[in-house]
Design a protein around this ligand. Structure first.
Ligand SMILES: [Mg+2]
Length: 395
């Protein structure tokens, strides 16, 4: 078989989302993207071009061995991860097969998603605000079966609710500090208000931090035990934290029945190794656009399953191409899979990317498409209108 060669790597930024294209000498291009708000990662994406030119993109792992060591925790693993996804897109298109077939085949025909960013969020930080949002989201036409809400340090609730923690609520700080009794009660009341709306008809997950002390994290987790939450996320570290707090998470998770979740910022299987081997959390949430890619995510999921740990991949900022990648890999994950986080899709995505079913989400699930690669193509005419002047992405 003749080698296929990578001839170019391009990156442009649309509405804050870097979009990546890898070209080959056979006219097949691979698509990918980075998470929202990552325009600063564009030069980093282009930096890897020197390592890719002339390589056969179908040998995904062989290409990745050239660049994987040049990444890190979020946001510095996202360029490497995006390139991995584009390579799979090329490999699939070249073989005429969907990516899930190259990953070993699917074990589900539709994948469950959970809702964080679709529909109206709470207008304020009071329990009634949460309940109002929950009522509206529960009746969305997509029929989501799992919802996630931000409380505590996440979404900066504790910066807005006076006296909720012993720390500096200043803008620009990474909030962290021990939570007061008032802060704890407020968080619990908001969770209770959500649960009153969702009952046992829908799963409820709560994104909490990072920033909790292990002591306050445990108090919260124990207080909400009767509510049977799906998980409490990123209590101690997470989000953009450039390390994991394995011992602190283990202290919390081993002393409560409330499932504890983290992992959206973690790079590579090695980053997850201690968390998983020490059973420090109950659910992990790697993001394929930050963890090193989709084959990496599958490996992490299998390793977690060996240890009795569940998986609910992150993705709220992953856009339409990231969504396509999430669908392909999540179709292949073992039965520790719960659901992945549905990306927030502003209307421009439906103009510039084609190929996914419309409507996308039915009864809380997305059907796995059978088109080659990731199953998506750019609408170049629509994209051209959104490119900055002089941008060479489509040339
Ligand atoms: Mg999160």
């Amino acid at each position: 078989m003749m080698d296929m060669k990578i001839t170019d790597l391009k990156c442009t930024v649309v509405e804050g989302y870097p979009i990546v294209r890898i070209d080959t000498d056979e006219g097949i291009s691979g698509l990918s993207q980075l998470e929202f708000n990552r325009d600063y990662n564009k030069p980093q994406v282009l930096f890897y071009k020197r390592f890719l030119l002339g390589q056969d993109p179908r040998n995904v792992e062989r290409v990745m061995l050239r660049i994987r060591h040049l990444g890190g925790f979020k946001p510095w693993g996202s360029a490497v991860s995006a390139i991995e996804v584009a390579l799979w897109d090329i490999a699939g298109k070249a073989a005429g097969l969907p990516v899930y077939r190259l990953l070993g085949g699917k074990i589900r025909d539709r994948v469950r998603v959970y809702n964080t960013g679709t529909g109206p969020g709470p207008k304020g930080w009071a329990p009634e605000d949460y309940a109002e949002s929950a009522r509206k989201k529960k009746s969305l036409p997509e029929g989501f079966t799992i919802f996630k809400y931000a409380i505590g340090f996440h979404g900066r609730m504790f910066a807005q609710v006076p006296g909720s923690f012993y720390g500096e609520p200043e803008e620009g700080y990474r909030l962290r500090g021990h939570v007061t009794e008032r802060g704890l009660k407020h968080a619990i009341n908001c969770i209770r208000a959500l649960k009153e709306v969702f009952g046992d008809e829908c799963g409820l997950a709560i994104d909490c931090g990072p920033g909790f002390s292990p002591q306050a994290a445990l108090s919260l987790a124990k207080a909400v035990e009767p509510l049977n939450l799906l998980w409490l996320e990123d209590l101690i570290t997470g989000d953009y934290t450039p390390y994991t707090a394995v011992e602190a998470f283990r202290l919390v998770s081993s002393n409560t029945t409330t499932p504890i979740h983290t992992g959206e910022q973690i790079y590579l299987r090695y980053g997850f190794k201690d968390l998983i081997e020490k059973n420090a959390v109950d659910v992990i949430g790697p993001d394929p656009l930050d963890d090193g890619g989709i084959a990496e995510l599958k490996w992490i999921a299998e390793f977690a399953d060996l240890h009795g740990i569940l998986i609910a991949p992150h993705g709220v900022g992953d856009g339409m191409i990231g969504l396509a990648a999430l669908i392909q890999v999540c179709a292949t994950l073992p039965q520790n899979y719960i659901a992945f986080e549905m990306p927030r899709l502003d209307s421009f995505w439906y103009e510039i990317v084609e190929g996914l079913p419309n409507p996308l989400v039915k009864e809380g699930f997305i059907e796995v498409p059978d088109k080659p690669g990731l199953g998506v193509e750019l609408n170049e005419k629509a994209l051209r209108k959104r490119l900055p002047e002089g941008d060479d992405f489509l040339s």
